[in-house]
Design a protein around this ligand. Structure first.
Ligand code: ADP
Ligand code: MG
Ligand code: ZN
Length: 238
């Protein structure tokens, strides 16, 4: 069976390019908490281990938390450069063989042109981002990137209400405008059905770590209804 695209091993399939000399685009999309950033970090770490020249970027829209690293909700992290505009990536990417970009939805349409130019120059470009906003509408420019990418990975979270595969990001509080910063206090992953049901269904209380012990074990111990998570992950949604 072809390795590419196969999930038989249980591990996320990683593109195996047919021609090493050509550039290409990989896109990782899904809801919040679906593991986009984890998957991006996994691919970038493997490239670094193989001594490839890797440059990693994220949008400089939110500097309240780590400005110098991409951090997943499971607290994996990898150093990155914060840039204001997509075209700034071109300035720092000359020497890179592999380019990672997180939160692609915040770069706007300029990102499509930038990513295409990089791939044309022979680079492997990996972009992660939300494919839908909190109303489940396509979140530009990720739909365009899906169209031009060679490889697409769609990640799913687990619905916080019923446990089904979750494709959508539900905003729990009806407040704010198009972009609202928030973490688990404001957003949760939901399946299609529970997303539509909205406030008519309630999620299970999030796991909240206590002060001691490892992140994973303390999370498993402490289940506190209504409490805020330790890491107030900054995320912006439209
Ligand atoms: P994304 O970048 O897609 O927002 P991350 O890679 O940052 O996601 O985080 C994925 C991690 O989020 C999971 O490994 C898990 O630890 C955590 N998580 C929190 N809520 C959920 C959920 N509802 N379903 C799955 N994972 C979740
Ligand atoms: Mg992420
Ligand atoms: Zn559900």
């Amino acid at each position: 069976m072809a390795r590419r695209g196969s999930l038989a091993s249980g591990v996320m399939a990683e593109p195996t390019p047919p021609t090493p000399s050509t550039g290409w685009i990989e896109v990782i999309v899904g809801s919040m908490y679906s593991g986009k950033t984890e998957e991006l970090i996994r691919r970038l770490r493997r490239a670094q281990i193989a001594r490839q020249r890797v440059e990693i970027f994220k949008p400089a829209i939110d500097d309240r938390y780590a400005t110098d690293a991409i951090v997943s909700h499971s607290e994996l992290r990898i150093p990155s450069r914060a840039v204001r505009r997509a075209r700034d990536i071109l300035r720092y990417a000359h020497e890179a063989q592999v380019i990672g970009i997180d939160e692609g939805q915040f770069f706007g349409r300029e990102l499509v042109d930038v990513v295409e130019r990089l791939a044309k120059r022979g680079k492997r470009v990996i972009v992660a981002g939300l494919d839908q906003d909190y109303r489940a509408r396509p979140f530009e420019p990720m739909p365009e990137l899906l169209a031009v990418a060679e490889y697409i990975t769609k990640t799913l979270a687990i619905c916080m209400v019923c446990g089904a595969p979750a494709n959508r990001t539900y905003r729990k509080l009806k407040r704010g405008g198009r972009v609202v910063v928030g973490g688990a206090d404001l957003y949760e992953a939901r399946c299609r059905r529970c997303f539509e049901l909205g406030r008519r269904v309630r999620s299970r209380a999030p796991l909240v770590p206590d002060s001691g012990g490892s992140h994973a074990s303390s999370r498993a111990r402490a289940r506190v209804r209504g409490a805020r998570p330790r890491r107030p992950a900054a995320r912006r949604m439209r």
